[in-house]
Design a protein around this ligand. Structure first.
Ligand code: NAP
Length: 482
């Protein structure tokens, strides 16, 4: 019998994402019939209490029409629970016993616990003989808080799991639209000839949140926006946008190309941090018409942690010479949105004249949140007889993913990733050299802030960050796409 071992099975991520995703896969017949899902945590639960917790999670996070009683019963029957404190090595033998004969055969392991527990967990698994050469290990972020700590985690993992069986999660890579970026770029002849410094003026990547601290106080205050969002998700989006065509769509080829982009990122360091980065922290304000507290008040003390960061990045290679990549993320911004905005260059010469004939450059907007959409903005003629000269207007060519593919269910990103873990396909997981390339770039920025004594500038909750963030692009004649 095969087992998927879920550490941190009582936690927020397990309840909101992992159990609902596994249920989704099961409902579509994508889990092996003999797969057993074994949850572990310290909480004193038995199988029945864990099954009840899982059933409650499905109720909370799955649309009622998908909760067919027979599908729920089939899924719940797969679940087992083993109480285990991963910092107590002797308790791993009980886990081994609970897995029955040949416990390491086809074992898949998902660590959804704090990274500080990864080391003891891996050591415990090894000592109990649960790390056979077929075992695969998936790890949640954050993989460290800088290059050194990330290396320490990767070293601890590597003592037991070779890279080929280590699956580092960045759940953005499980999102349909992110994979669609590759389909759009490499499945169409239309874009690639323009996908370079000759065709593209600049790129903007925005991840904006309306929420504030949301209970993750001490974690967030130690991390800040740069480490929480840019180091992982935003650099993955940048790498997928900027990479060269991979030889094929497989793990080695795709990840080789992403690493090349990360290595080509021009460092933002002590010389350039003041001109190429802006940091902010929200004060009191209003979001969605509701008054909200400032960060320090939510936290209960003053802090120098950035809740907003804007960067002007460059990918120093032939394709992207002099093309800025503006990145921006923050909490308590006016809207919740994640998008990649690509502004093409203007036409070399306009044949149109007159007051209604101003041309806007084309834009491609790949939106991941709140809806998954791809929009190409093009110039079109306004309907009419135009006796005073042709009137042009920018109009969207929209592809709404939910509408274009209405017959397929919108999946949770973790469904894709859990399925790939079970299938052993690491293409959409982050390789060690990627994580370390990301941290190298991020560490230089933080060192640049420290060297220049940069501290976050205040911005009112419900605005797009400090005014300096607007200056960062306006200096180049670029406006943020809000
Ligand atoms: P959480 O709600 O705090 O859950 C932590 C889990 O770990 C619980 O099941 C907890 O159960 C278990 N645990 C804690 N100490 C343990 C120990 N000594 N031995 C065994 N189990 C132990 O955290 P989470 O939000 O689910 O996040 C899990 C991981 O995913 C974290 O690294 C987090 O940064 C990452 N992550 C979370 C999200 C998210 O949306 N939640 C998103 C991205 C990444 P007991 O208390 O019962 O032991």
């Amino acid at each position: 019998m095969k087992s998927l071992l879920l550490f941190g099975a009582t936690g927020d991520l397990a309840r909101r994402m992992l159990l609902p995703s596994l249920f989704g896969l099961d409902g579509d017949g994508l889990l092996p019939d003999d797969l057993r899902i074994v949850g572990t945590a310290r909480s004193d639960l038995g199988d029945d209490a864990f099954k009840a917790l899982a059933a409650a999670s499905l109720k909370d996070f799955i649309e009622p029409e998908r909760l067919k009683p027979e599908a729920v019963a089939k899924f719940i029957a797969r679940l087992r629970y083993v109480r285990l404190d991963v910092s107590a090595p002797d308790q791993f033998m009980a886990l081994r016993d609970a897995l029955g004969e040949s416990p390491a055969d086809g074992l898949r392991i998902f660590l959804s616990t704090a990274p500080s527990l990864f080391g003891p967990t891996i050591a415990g698994l090894a000592s109990a003989g649960l790390t056979g050469d077929q075992t695969r290990l998936a790890l949640e972020k954050p993989l460290g808080h800088d290059l050194a700590s990330s290396r320490a985690i990767n070293d601890a993992v590597a003592t037991v799991f070779p890279e080929s069986r280590t699956f580092r999660i960045d759940h953005y890579l499980g999102k349909e639209t992110v994979q669609n970026l590759l389909a759009l770029r490499f499945g169409n002849a239309l874009f690639e000839p323009l996908w370079n410094a000759q065709g593209i003026d600049h790129v903007q990547i925005t991840v904006s949140e309306t929420v504030g601290l949301e209970g993750r106080m001490s974690f967030y205050d130690e991390a800040g926006a740069l480490r929480d969002m840019v180091q992982n998700h935003m650099l993955q989006l940048l790498a997928l946008t900027a990479m060269e065509p991979p030889a094929r769509f497989d793990a080695a080829s795709v990840r080789d190309e992403k690493v090349k982009v990360l290595r080509s990122l021009r460092p933002i360091d002590s010389l350039t941090a003041p001109t190429h980065s802006v940091i902010g922290q929200y004060g009191a304000g209003a979001v969605g018409g509701q008054p909200v507290k400032g960060y320090a008040e939510e936290l209960g003390r003053a802090s120098n942690t950035e809740t907003f960061v804007a960067l002007k990045a460059h990918v120093d290679n032939w394709r992207w010479r002099s093309v800025p990549f503006y990145l921006r993320t923050g909490k308590r911004l006016p809207t919740r949105s994640t998008e990649i905005f690509i502004q093409f260059r203007a036409v070399p010469h306009s044949i149109f004249s007159g007051p209604g004939a101003a041309l806007q450059p084309n834009k491609l907007i790949i939106r991941l949140q709140p809806e998954e959409t791809i929009t190409l903005r093009v110039m079109l003629k306004e309907p009419g007889l135009d006796r005073a000269g042709v009137r042009l207007r920018e109009a969207p060519l929209d592809i709404s993913i939910p509408n274009a593919f209405a017959d397929s269910r919108r999946r949770i990103a973790y469904e894709r990733l859990l399925l790939d873990l079970l299938d052993g396909d690491p293409t959409l997981f982050v390789r060690r050299d990627e994580v370390e390339g990301q941290w190298t770039w991020i560490d230089a920025i933080r060192a640049g802030w420290a060297a220049n004594g940069m501290t976050p500038k205040p911005y009112a909750a419900g605005t797009w960050g400090p005014s300096a963030a607007i200056g960062l692009t306006e200096r180049d004649g670029v406006t943020w796409h809000d």
